[in-house]
Design a protein around this ligand. Structure first.
Ligand code: S3P
Length: 166
């Protein structure tokens, strides 16, 4: 398989979808978001999938979708924050395109995510969950070709830096 997509990875709330959509517009490429595709093809929302089959069920869908979207025409692909927890997914991503890891400080992520209702993994005390998950996932995005801390950057500025990076 040819390595040709532009793939955004990173923790929840780092701006992958916003930046990915803008990158795709700028490049004139299609944009596909794995979470959106999971919801479309499963015919259920992510919270519904988690409620029905737990995280395991969601991860099965996520993996299937990753395989599909990395086939075929060149595109911008944005991913769910936990997609890299499976080493097979990480390998698939690394061999499918130029991979950009977006990040932000813990404070910034908490600010962006604290009132979020759409992410089952943040249920309960979102502030605490962000801290825990950020710690648990330390290093999992490090395989990226380019790393960008979006704290204090507008999405447009992030787009420019990514384009310059490759
Ligand atoms: C998840 C991140 C979410 C979504 C799901 C699980 C995670 O995507 O895939 O709620 O495990 O980090 P975003 O990173 O787009 O929020």
């Amino acid at each position: 398989m040819e390595k040709h997509h532009l793939i955004l990875i990173g923790f929840m709330g780092t701006g992958k979808s916003t930046v990915g959509r803008m990158l795709a517009e700028r490049l004139g490429w299609p944009w596909v978001d794995t979470d959106t595709e999971v919801e479309r093809q499963a015919g259920r929302s992510i919270p519904e999938l988690f409620a029905e089959g737990g995280e395991v069920r969601f991860r099965e869908w996520e993996k299937r979708i990753l395989w599909k979207v990395t086939e075929g025409e060149t595109k911008v692909i944005t991913t769910g924050g936990g997609i890299v927890l499976d080493p097979a997914n990480t390998n698939r991503i690394a061999t499918s395109g130029w991979t950009v890891a977006l990040d932000a400080t813990e404070e910034e992520l908490i600010r962006r995510l604290v009132s979020d209702q759409s992410r089952p993994l943040l249920e309960g005390n979102a502030r605490r969950r962000v801290r825990e998950l950020k710690r648990e996932r330390q290093g999992v995005y490090d395989f990226a070709d380019f790393y960008l801390d979006t704290t204090g950057l507008t999405p447009a500025a992030s787009v420019e830096r990514i384009i310059k990076s490759w």
